[in-house]
Design a protein around this ligand. Structure first.
Ligand SMILES: [Zn+2]
Length: 297
């Protein structure tokens, strides 16, 4: 490294340190749990902890200094009604992962997997979907490589419920093949179990007078609010129409066997007309905080 580069590195180091201090103050103010995570390596700033934007020496240094958690976000490419883009779950997974990254100073962020298991959306144009076995192999292969360069904890952060079975199988396989790796279950698993994360989201909806049937589980008020916050340019406002707004548990067996098409011709489960960008941001914040709170290695 030349002198100029050396000076540059020192200056960047000082700037990083300033940013780190800022981030820590922000996180401490935001959540009492953040202070439980020590400042473990050179850069705790979220922008410098995305694998795709780091070099290998930076990753090696970060891992050596204690950044041994990786967040792997999982999305999907599937219909989200006539008003939301096919990549909705991928945008949501990335946004949620970025929020979680800001709350976990010892974590690195892997790129979001943009295709998942979405066969329940067969019959709608634009679908890309993996067989369950394929997604299992992708997750297992990535996790195995992570463990080889020092990762000890893996957060599987799925924003798409259809990935749940594959993730459960992947977790089971990794338990045998990479027993040193600790894995936190997916968001989808937690939502299926009706845990605290979903509860946090529904509390926000109730406060704002939105019924759970309107929030919906697919392209309803919930996901539409998030997209209005994340990518309003991609929301087709004029196309927002209520979809199936009845009891979800009653139609679940049919959704599992026949998919969404016979239940909701538009592809929407919920009512996106009441969606609101600010509420979407609150949903994402609440989800990330609820996940950070239950992460207990
Ligand atoms: Zn979705």
């Amino acid at each position: 490294m030349g002198d100029v580069a050396c000076e540059d590195a020192k200056r960047r180091g000082r700037e990083d340190a300033k940013e780190d201090a800022k981030t820590r103050r922000h996180e401490d103010a935001k959540t009492p749990r953040a202070s439980a995570h020590p400042h473990v390596f050179g850069s705790s700033h979220p922008a410098q902890r995305r694998l795709a934007e780091m070099t290998w020496p930076e990753v090696a240094e970060a891992v050596a200094a204690g950044a041994t958690t990786v967040i792997l976000p999982l999305g999907a490419t599937e219909q989200h009604g006539p008003h939301l883009p096919l990549g909705t779950d991928t945008f949501r997974a990335t946004a949620l992962a970025e929020r979680l990254l800001a709350l976990l100073p010892d974590a690195l962020l892997a790129p979001t997997l943009p295709i998942g298991c979405s066969d329940e959306h067969t019959g709608f144009a634009g679908l890309l979907s993996l067989n369950t076995d394929t997604l299992v192999c992708i997750v297992v292969d990535c996790a195995r490589r992570m463990a080889a360069w020092g990762v000890q904890r893996l957060v599987l952060l799925s924003a798409h419920g259809g990935n749940t079975d594959a993730l459960a199988l992947a977790v089971e396989r990794l338990h045998h093949e990479v027993p040193t790796l600790r894995i936190w279950p997916s968001l989808a698993t937690l939502q299926r179990d009706g845990d605290s994360i979903n509860a946090a989201r529904l509390r926000i909806a109730r406060t704002d007078g939105i019924a759970p049937e309107a929030v919906g589980i697919h392209a309803g008020e919930g996901e539409t609010s998030e997209m209005l916050h994340l990518r309003p340019d991609l929301v087709r406002q004029a196309q927002r129409q209520p979809g199936y707004c009845g009891d979800i548990t009653a139609i679940m067996p049919r959704l599992r066997t026949a998919g969404l098409r016979p239940v909701t011709p538009s592809g929407v489960l919920g009512d996106p007309t009441a969606a609101d960008a600010a509420r979407g941001a609150r949903y994402l914040d609440a989800d990330a905080a609820a996940i950070a709170a239950v992460l207990d290695w």
